[in-house]
Design a binder for this molecule. Structure first.
Ligand code: SAM
Length: 190
């Protein structure tokens, strides 16, 4: 059984279904839950089962300890993109400091539900504030390590569809520097 507890539009759920894997998708936002339901409403054979529910990634009490084979998830990057207006528990409404605090129970729940020796992949990005780089992805990485995960791999993924991506990409090529135009896929092992 796979898990994506920040399911959003349901990309992970679609891929799991196509790969014939069973998956649990969770999102705090009822609109996202509805989007997920529509996204996985297609026929494909053989395909995995997709279980979708509204919930908070900080408390996955409906999932047993040591029961998940793989977590692939993509939390908000603090409040860079707000996914709701005022929805209680929505981590995309939090500033960086509060977001990092809120990610502690998320990491603890990942560790609790995952089977031993299995992997948890978390996609995270950084941000800039008042012209300064805020490397919050590495803070999130440390939070996951602090709950017991070991870091198996860091995969750098090019960032798409961001306001500033074009600007940083052009300058990266021009000056032969890699600036903030990427995000990190941290792969942890329990
Ligand atoms: C970066 S998006 C996920 C995008 C997803 N990977 C996709 O392909 O569409 C983050 C999602 O986290 C959800 N979210 C925010 N706080 C949450 C929480 N406490 N528990 C579960 N989901 C939450 C938001 O509603 C949003 O849909």
């Amino acid at each position: 059984m796979l898990l994506d507890q920040f399911a959003g539009g349901g990309t992970t759920l679609i891929e799991a279904k196509l790969l014939n894997r069973n998956i649990i998708g969770v999102d705090i936002n009822p609109q996202a839950v509805e989007l997920c339901r529509q996204a996985v409403d297609f026929k494909f054979s053989p395909c995995g089962n997709v279980y979708i529910r509204q919930g908070n990634a900080q408390n996955l009490s409906f999932i047993n300890n040591d029961s998940i084979d793989f977590i692939a998830t993509h939390p908000p990057y603090a409040n860079i993109i707000k996914y709701s207006s005022g929805l209680e528990g929505d981590l995309s409404l939090l500033n960086v400091k509060d977001f990092l605090e809120a990610m502690k129970p998320v990491a603890a729940e990942c560790y609790r539900v995952l089977k031993k020796d299995k992997f948890c992949a978390v996609l995270m990005g950084d941000t800039r504030q008042k012209g300064c780089m805020i490397p919050m992805s590495f803070d999130v990485m440390k939070i996951f390590q602090n709950v017991g995960f070991t870091l198996k791999e860091v995969i750098i993924k090019e960032q798409h569809n961001c306001k500033a991506t074009g600007y940083w990409k052009i300058n990266s090529i021009k000056y032969n520097f890699l600036l903030i135009a990427h995000e990190y896929l941290f792969v942890f092992r329990k």
